[in-house]
Design a protein around this ligand. Structure first.
Ligand SMILES: Cc1cc2nc3c(=O)[nH]c(=O)nc-3n(C[C@H](O)[C@H](O)[C@H](O)COP(=O)(O)OP(=O)(O)OC[C@H]3O[C@@H](n4cnc5c(N)ncnc54)[C@H](O)[C@@H]3O)c2cc1C
Length: 392
């Protein structure tokens, strides 16, 4: 069987679905096909995402991506007719290191210039507002009240349902196994379906003049199928789920210790999601829980929030994030005409998915995107890019 489409999107995660949605909204009668290797849409890293949305970045491009995405989240439930449990909780970033303190100042100056409410907090203010946080060794913190939380599943599902209503075809159980390139222009993909009995079919061809690689942690592998070496790599992230604790209210901001990476985030029912101490893990797509990480995690957690010594860990799960050397995502057309990449956004691919989908759709349709995507270009890595450093 061979098919013809106008646009093929590889990956039915929040980024692929957002891109399909924006394309379908902007132009009628486009034949858009999303190919997803798993049984269901949204089964990739979107399924493990903890749902944080923040303005607090050092790189202006990331701040702009949040500025573009934020209104989409605000009106999501109404326009997409799907609940996403959006809550303004704020992010509190803290540090005891002088260089990171300068980064916090940089963040707050940039946000205030853009009229995003955000402020620095002295350790005594942090202690007063959040008495469970150990502040003796801290120099400063930064707090941005509009930073928020939303349900990644709801956002992904909202996009999926709208896409279906707009005529986008989503083919699950369909793995892309090759990218067809002719005279440096993309011509389509090769793919294999998995039958009900689990056996793969023969390879099919789907032709299209535009292909978007939105394969999440597999971004670099799909780029390799087209002969491109994209310096994105998959890294495991471990999340520790803890039972609610009376000392930690359910409406706390997402608290990040920038010095260890430790973060703490409370879900609506007070359940705590903790993690962030594994930025130094080796790249790989392995999702097995690494118990050797536990002691370092516990040390960082108790070092900042001592009551966590009594926390009851109910579950540990892992997810994979695609990271780049400069900490910025990859968005745009590659050196192969018509072959686009949208991924490598690490810990901010969910919060920036509305902007990523919108910008990618503008680029493909030849419209002016709401921001200049040059700093995110897949071809930027030979130059000296300006990195993002507020990462955890
Ligand atoms: C533990 C954890 C916490 C996180 N917390 C946050 C957060 O608080 N805020 C935030 O903004 N981001 C967060 N992230 C990051 C966020 O989850 C990702 O950036 C985002 O989900 C990426 O979406 P995606 O659509 O690119 O990837 P995915 O959801 O992984 O989707 C890609 C899809 O491509 C499919 N695919 C891959 N290869 C092929 C192929 N060959 N053929 C067909 N299909 C293929 C996969 O099966 C997958 O479904 C977190 C990530 C993790 C792991």
């Amino acid at each position: 069987m061979s098919m013809q489409a106008d646009i093929i999107i590889i990956g039915a995660g929040v980024i692929g679905l957002s891109t399909a949605y924006h394309l379908a909204c902007r132009k009628d009668n486009l034949r858009i096909v999303i190919l997803e290797k798993e049984k269901f849409h949204g089964a990739g890293s979107t399924a493990q995402c903890t749902g944080g949305i923040r303005y607090q970045f050092t790189n202006p491009v990331n701040i702009q991506l949040t500025k573009i995405s934020y209104p989409h989240f605000l009106r999501f439930a109404a326009t997409m007719q799907y609940p996403i449990y959006f809550r303004r909780r704020g992010y509190l970033l803290v540090t005891g290191k002088e260089n990171r303190r300068q980064e916090l100042h940089n963040i707050i100056e940039q946000l205030n210039r853009l009229e995003v409410p955000a402020r620095l907090l002295a350790p005594k203010d942090i202690a007063a507002a959040y008495p469970f946080v150990l502040t003796e060794d801290l120099l400063e913190g930064s707090f941005c009240p509009p930073d928020a939380y939303a349900d990644p599943y709801g956002v992904m599902e909202g996009y999926y349902r709208q896409c279906r209503g707009l005529g986008v075809q989503v083919l699950c159980n369909t793995e892309v196994t090759g990218i067809k390139v002719q005279s440096n222009r993309v011509a389509g993909v090769l793919c294999r379906h998995t039958r009900q009995d689990g056996r793969p079919t023969e390879e099919d061809t789907i032709s299209a003049p535009a292909v978007i690689n939105a394969a999440g942690p597999h971004l670099h592998l799909l780029a390799r199928l087209a002969g491109l070496a994209l310096p994105a790599a998959p890294y495991r992230r471990q999340v520790y789920v803890c039972a609610p604790m009376p000392a930690i209210p359910a409406d706390i901001p997402l608290i990040v210790d920038l010095d260890t990476g430790f973060y703490m985030h409370a879900e609506k029912n007070g359940i705590l999601l903790l993690g962030g101490t594994d930025r130094d893990s080796a790249p790989g797509l392995e999702t097995v829980v690494d118990r050797s990480r536990l002691s370092n995690f516990i040390e960082s957690a108790i070092g900042r929030v001592p009551v966590l010594e009594d926390a009851q860990i109910t579950r540990i799960y892992t997810g994979i994030r695609s990271l780049t050397p400069d900490g910025l995502g990859i968005l745009g057309e590659t050196e192969i005409n018509g072959f686009y990449c949208a991924g490598g956004f690490g810990g901010n691919g969910f919060m920036h998915a509305p902007a990523i989908g919108l910008i990618t759709s503008c680029l493909i349709l030849g419209e002016q995107p709401p921001l200049d995507p040059a700093p995110l270009s897949p071809n930027r890595f030979n130059n000296a890019p300006i990195a993002e450093s507020a990462l955890f």
